[in-house]
Design a protein around this ligand. Sequence first.
Ligand code: FE2
Length: 291
Amino acid sequence: MALGFGPLHPLFAAEVGAIDLRRVQDHATLDAIRAGMDKYAVLVFREQPFTDAEQLAFAQRFDGKLHSRTGAAVVGKNRLGNEALTDISNVDETGAIMRADDRRRAYGLGNRLWHTDASFQDPPGRYSMLHARVVPPVAADTEFADMRAAYDELEPAIKAQVEGLRAHHSIAYSRRTLGFEWSAAEEEQLKGAVHPLVRTNPRTARRSLYLASHASRIIDWPLPEGRLLLRDLTEHATQPRFVYRHCWRVGDLVIWDNLATMHRGRPFDDTKHRRELRRVTTLDIPPADLH
Ligand SMILES: [Fe+2]
């Protein structure tokens, strides 16, 4: 079937015309969505009545293997019973809104820092698919930044400087910047991963900055210079002209390319309003490994 893509921002992000992703099985439609991802990096699908199982099944049809070695799995048991289905919610296993001093809430607040999903693992996350189940009556938006446009607009001297550099990504590091404390046993499970600072999409040859709050240092650089470079690049990449802000409606499924974007949740009174979303993230493995 022919898909319609309605741009949501001058640089990236589009809303896809009516389609029921639960029923999408054919290669032609899946390929059209993949082509849309290569072009827009963020796609919004409205009115998707997914169950957990249907969301997991679609993610596997779309992009293969799922990421399940999450930081959240180290902090506590997943109330949904499957570590590949990340609970982006502010409720506990009884369904009650988490208290302000709940450790899992403190961990979740890290999603308000600019990041890419699972960059602290190898392979890292490729596509994330976030589905809105319960949306609060107040704004609780997610912002996305286009890291391809950010790369394109770097000064030539900075492009030359970042060429070939690699960064270490650690969720233990990024959570610690917000005051989160890890036990030695937890840190042992979260050693992080090293990734290039610039990535190239193998299908489009477009380059993008690969940054996240998880990026703790530049390999082979002194710590302060590396962290200052990471901060400068993040400031550059998150200027308003590179950012699309998504206002959630129940039933929205948003797919983003973690290798071409960063994102962050925006603040709302999460001790008062219930918000429940489910995320599935696929692994950045070569297409030949897809089934
Ligand atoms: Fe995220």
